[in-house]
Write a protein that binds this ligand. Sequence first.
Ligand code: PLP
Length: 458
Amino acid sequence: MELPFAESYKIKMVEPIQRSHRHEREQWIKEAHYNLFNLRSDQVFVDLLTDSGTGAMSDRQWSEMMLGDESYAGASSYYKMKNAIADITGFEFFLPTHQGRAAENVLFSAMVKEGDLVPGNSHFDTTKGHIEFRKATAVDCTIDEAFDTTLDHPFKGNIDLEKLENVFKKYPVEKIPMVIITITCNTSGGQPVSMQNIREVSALSHRYGVKVVFDSARFAENAYFIKKREPAYAEISIRKIVREMFSYGDAMTMSSKKDAIVNMGGFIGFREEELFQKASVFNIMFEGFITYGGMSGRDMNALAQGLYEGTEFDYLETRISQVAYLGKLLKDAGVPVQYPFGGHAIFVDAKRFLPHLPKEQYIAQSLAVELYLEGGVRGVEIGTIMADRDPVTRENRYPNLEMVRLAIPRRTYTNNHMAYVAASLINVWERRSEIRTGFRIVKEAPILRHFTVGLEKI
Ligand SMILES: *Cc1c(COP(=O)(O)O)cnc(C)c1O
């Protein structure tokens, strides 16, 4: 018999979680104004809101915490992080930041100005937020295949070179400070970008004199997919693939709460000293001195260790197999999910799940609320609420895809939890025709409204 795959770790410490009753959840979600961000974590049984900062650190990472050097300047922890970043990514210059959006804030302060255009593959919400906050425009150049959830395409995160070149041709290069390649591409369903696409985007951008910046939160998962799906890389190690990917970029921003498997932390990597120097000024203003930038020494140590663990093949195989396990349970039951399955999450296609709901009633949000009511499972809407209003017209933006994202924290839940989640969602699927109405917004913030929005049942 062929030996089955099993987790590349065993469990040393556990954290209790509680089940609840449907009538309790009905009360709680109402009190939360039907916004899953407003729930208390103890009102949730399986929390798939995000994979950000919610993973389990290893015994080695916890040991590193004890060795943290909390010196204000020049801490050994800074050098540990610097060496790990140079080793794993190849970027010689770096700035620590407290998380990914802080890295964006610092880098964009140095690079993006009013009226600029920033093309890329379906920019992440905070990335887009930081671009639009500066009165610049994010231009989505993702390939069209990404927006058909039924289509089997190995690299749905890819950038369409023609769309990208059209931006370069249409606008003066001084208005295009960078191209952002998000690896993996969260907004299109945790979908990877191929090495070939990265290489071509980089060559094209550099030909026009435009810098390439990686939004790298899930770079290791992207490398895993390249190894699995791009034939030339089948025999190449994850670490080598990672080094090659980053070799095509001029800088990177990182939310270490994802593939560096820490609860908090981030950084910016730079190829050239000049841009590093320019960004350092903003780092000191917004984050902290350049050798800690919003992080404690112990966190920098855990992050450095996490970069190594997050780029181990067996770890990645464990993680991505678990995501695929959930995906397969759903797909086999006929639940419409983005296919192929993403690296960190399963994306449920809410428009195909609830085709009778009008888009004005927030289809994906309605489904996310139903899933919570059914099993105490918390996912997140990636749809009209998150897409926010157009900054100029203030009209709702209706994205191509209305999704509920079920993000799997790293090394946290077992496959039994995945089976529980699948059963909950399949129950909703079976009674989908009874879900007749959605929601209306009663309260919203001017930017990134999804975090604080208040809703009312129609
Ligand atoms: C999480 C994430 C960010 C923002 O990072 P935070 O640590 O949440 O501030 C930016 N880009 C991508 C692709 C992400 O996944």
